[in-house]
Ligand binder design. Structure first.
Ligand code: GAP
Length: 443
């Protein structure tokens, strides 16, 4: 399997994520809890930027998609109708010797344990339902038992009628939401790639049954291709894998997995699926409620076809981090040294402009640099910092800040500041009054 290991390892990404405050193990002081992570000051902004980029292009810049936000805990019948209670399983195998647990489809051999190396110690595969159970109200009995949603989509399906009637929408139109989902993964791993609590950005696009469904499917595949390209994901490390009829559910007419070349190989970021009328049909059948669309103009009723794009926001944020990672050899003070730089797209970068004084013990420089940072703050994601200049640049490179501004003694007289470009490391003197325009144009 092709991997991106030569460029960067997961150990390097994990170390940088912790060192610079992108991603921490959840409840680390208690030894952590498998499959749960916290986003530090920069990671929280990174993930928010990814979500905002998705929201902007999928909802705000379109007139055929409306916003939605459903609850995490839903009526348990939802998960019976959706098929999750009966079939949302992974096959699990335990090693009787080392007690380690594996997903059956991740094992190369069912004879030998990949961890302790013993043969004949692996159990038969057993079904394991991935939904996390919870109880609603004070009684912990079967009547109060339900689940934390394993996908956000079902909240949209069960509300289809409420939404189209209140928003006065007619297919083709979409409903989008971003929210937390939970899956009790057997083997979480690879930092935030496979976790038990994650965020999904899901678009459910309802299409009339008039033969235009595959054109809508293609429209969304192209929209998603454009999104990854616009936000700077390297095209050589991204592929749109077309599922064969055997690989997709029986009701799906088409399916594409968006995959990224991670250090361990190709991994799924998003699934785009033509789901027919399966989901609305299933909820109509179990609830006995009508979720068909009634077209006032033609006085006809039909069940719309569904095109779904479902992207993992944690996986996408991790992709942005890995994709941006670069190490280059530079010459500093006559010596060769390594520079780690995150080449984030400017809209994704947690900090866009960093501002420093040349010396932290010179009040006239400190005050002016601070004032400048405050002036730019409403327009860009800024950060003021002070200290050793070389270390400041190194830190900003490692967090992917596109521009660093250095306020020095000359700035006091010529009203110009040194602007350093992250990627080229070129420096330019820019006048204070054209600074905002200069940075905005380049971001
Ligand atoms: N409603 C369709 C659906 O949920 P999915 O392929 O199961 O489809 C969609 O999930 C996306 O959600 C995946 O492509 C992935 O990015 C993200 N995702 C799923 N399970 C995940 C997990 N355990 N950890 C992180 N992200 C996950």
């Amino acid at each position: 399997m092709a991997t991106d290991q030569a460029r960067v390892t997961m150990e390097e990404i994990t170390a940088l994520a912790k060192r610079r405050g992108f991603i921490f193990q959840s409840s680390e002081i208690y030894g952590g809890i498998g499959g749960f992570f916290d986003y530090g000051p920069l990671g929280a902004v990174l993930k928010r930027n990814v979500k905002e980029a998705w929201w902007r292009e999928t909802v705000e810049l379109r007139d055929d998609v409306v916003a939605f936000d459903s609850s995490i805990v839903m009526h348990p019948s939802t998960w019976i109708a959706s098929g999750h209670v009966a079939a949302f399983h992974d096959k699990m195998i335990d090693c009787r010797n080392c007690k380690h647990r594996f997903r059956a489809d991740h094992l190369k051999s069912v004879d030998k344990c990949p961890d302790c190396g013993m043969t004949g110690t692996l159990t038969e595969p057993r079904n394991f339902n991935l939904m996390m159970q919870t109880f609603v109200g004070p009684m912990e009995d079967s009547a109060s038992q339900t689940y934390l949603r394993p996908e956000t989509a079902q909240g949209i399906f069960v509300n289809f009628k409420n939404v189209y009637q209140s928003a006065r929408k007619k297919p083709p139109f979409g409903i989008a939401q971003i929210g937390k989902s939970f899956r009790n993964e057997i083997t979480p791993g690879n930092l935030t790639f496979r976790v038990r609590e994650f965020e999904q950005a899901e678009l459910e696009y309802f299409v009339p049954d008039d033969g235009g469904d595959m054109a809508c499917f293609e429209m969304w595949v192209n929209a998603r291709k454009k999104w990854y390209s616009d936000y700077g994901v390297n095209a050589d490390r991204l592929r749109f894998y077309e599922l064969t009829p055997d690989e997709r559910p029986h009701y799906a007419k088409a399916g594409i997995d968006v995959e990224y070349l991670f250090p361990w190989g190709w991994g799924e970021l998003e699934s785009i699926a033509h789901r027919g009328t399966y989901d609305l049909d299933a909820h109509m059948k179990l609830s006995g409620k009508d979720l068909q669309f009634f077209d006032e103009a033609t006085k006809t009723k039909y069940t719309p076809i569904l095109i779904e794009s479902s992207a993992g926001m944690d996986r996408t944020a991790l992709t942005m981090l890995i994709d941006a990672y670069d190490v280059e050899t530079i010459v500093e003070n006559g010596k060769e040294t390594k520079r780690i730089v995150l080449r984030f797209h400017p809209k994704i970068a947690p900090v866009q402009v960093a501002i420093f004084p040349l010396a932290r013990n010179k009040p006239e420089l400190v005050e002016r640099a601070r004032a400048l940072e405050m002036e730019l703050r409403p327009h860009f994601r800024t950060q003021y910092d002070e200290g050793n200049v070389g270390q400041l640049y190194r830190r900003q490179d490692e967090i992917g800040t596109p521009f660093c501004l250095m306020f020095d003694y000359d700035s006091l007289d010529d009203h110009k500041i040194t602007v350093r470009d992250r990627d080229s490391m070129q420096q330019q003197r820019v006048a204070f009054d054209s600074l905002r325009g200069y940075v905005a144009e380049r971001l």
